[in-house]
Design a protein around this ligand. Structure first.
Ligand code: F6P
Length: 333
């Protein structure tokens, strides 16, 4: 005889790790879809720390009104060391039981999904949603916040370019990305950078910086834009080296956390809404234990353990495209 599917009555939603524009849009979609299915939705504040500390709020229709276009996360976020301990995880499971949660939607990056896997193993059904400006989640083509962060960085660099052009200067701009160069490469192409330095490509200063600037100069450029992902090293060190080798005196800008703030773009709002909807629909239909991912424009569910093992490789053709475009006007050696 077929077993009757357990009725989902109440779920929790949390945001964890570094925030990204569009997290609020996911929270809204999760809460609204839950209401649509007649499921109560509890907002867990401060990520896994909130589960440990029983820090929560019931999400009503009013609470998620007008947050679709707001940056940050109304649920707050945290990186939680206590959850890495067995005791911490026990407390978290205790909160899930106390609240009568039939599932949790965990929004964040790799660290968030590692936490989600632990919770699943302890019997709490979890669905993960990828949200990080780094776009470095192996199982998903796209992560919420990437487009917004790119656009913020592009807007800032366009402004920098104006003054660099007036003064005929070189600019070294550091963008976020400790382990991944997706943001730097995308932004570099979009602003027409002279060179982009990313962690996935071993730095050859002579070729990647000196020759690029010299080639651009030969092609008639009077100002230069070097985009550095933070994982490559300090923009200040790169600038000093440029001064020592070429004799020009670059100006350094570290964009930092400004890239994590601001209103999400249309792409982030739309993707966030679809992902939030599919996560809750999975619960309502009796599925759990997966990350909601984008694949070829559609949405797929990938089991968390499998998702964590997947690697995403930077499309190095983009690096070649950048080189070709930046070097145009000079003869290829
Ligand atoms: O993972 C997102 C991210 O913004 C990275 O690009 C960056 O290296 C890191 O978080 C910064 O983290 P924190 O806000 O803890 O300094």
């Amino acid at each position: 005889m077929e077993q009757e599917q357990k009725k989902i009555r109440r779920i929790g939603v949390l945001t964890s790790g570094g925030d990204s524009p569009g997290m609020n849009a996911v929270v809204r979609a999760v809460a609204r879809t839950a209401m649509y299915y007649g499921i109560e939705c509890v907002g867990i504040r401060r990520g896994y720390q909130g589960l440990i500390n029983s820090d929560f709020v019931m999400l009503t229709a009013d609470m998620v009104r007008h947050i679709l276009g707001r940056g940050g996360t109304i649920l707050y976020t945290a990186r939680c060391d206590e959850f890495l301990t067995e005791k911490g995880r026990e407390k978290a499971v205790g909160t899930c039981r106390m609240l009568g949660l039939d599932g949790i939607v965990a929004i964040g990056g790799d660290g968030t999904f590692r936490g989600a896997l632990e919770l699943s193993r302890l019997g709490v059904p979890v669905m993960g949603i990828p949200a990080t400006i780094d776009n470095d989640i192996g199982c998903s083509n796209y992560t919420i916040g990437f487009d917004s962060a790119c656009n913020t960085a592009i807007e800032c660099i366009d402004k920098l370019r104006d003054t660099m052009q007036s003064h005929e200067r070189c600019s070294v701009v550091e963008v976020m990305g400790r382990h991944a160069g997706f943001l730097a490469l995308y932004v570099g192409i979009a602003v027409g950078a002279t060179s982009v330095l990313i962690p996935e490509h071993e730095l050859n200063f002579e070729h990647d910086v000196v020759e690029r600037i010299q080639n651009a100069r030969l092609a008639g450029a009077t100002h230069f834009m070097i985009v550095v992902a933070e994982g490559v090293g300090s923009a200040f060190e790169i600038a000093t080296k440029i001064k020592e080798t070429i004799g020009i005196d670059p100006r350094v800008t570290v964009l930092g956390h400004i890239q994590r703030g601001g209103a999400p773009t249309g792409r982030d709002r739309e993707t966030a809404t679809r992902m939030g909807y599919y996560a809750v629909r999975a619960f309502a239909e009796g599925r759990a234990g997966s990350v909601i991912a984008t694949k070829e424009g559609g949405i797929v569910e990938i089991p968390i353990e499998e998702a964590l093992a997947m690697k995403k490789h930077l499309q190095m053709d983009r690096y070649e495209i950048l080189e070709a475009i930046a070097a145009s006007g000079t003869l290829r050696k």
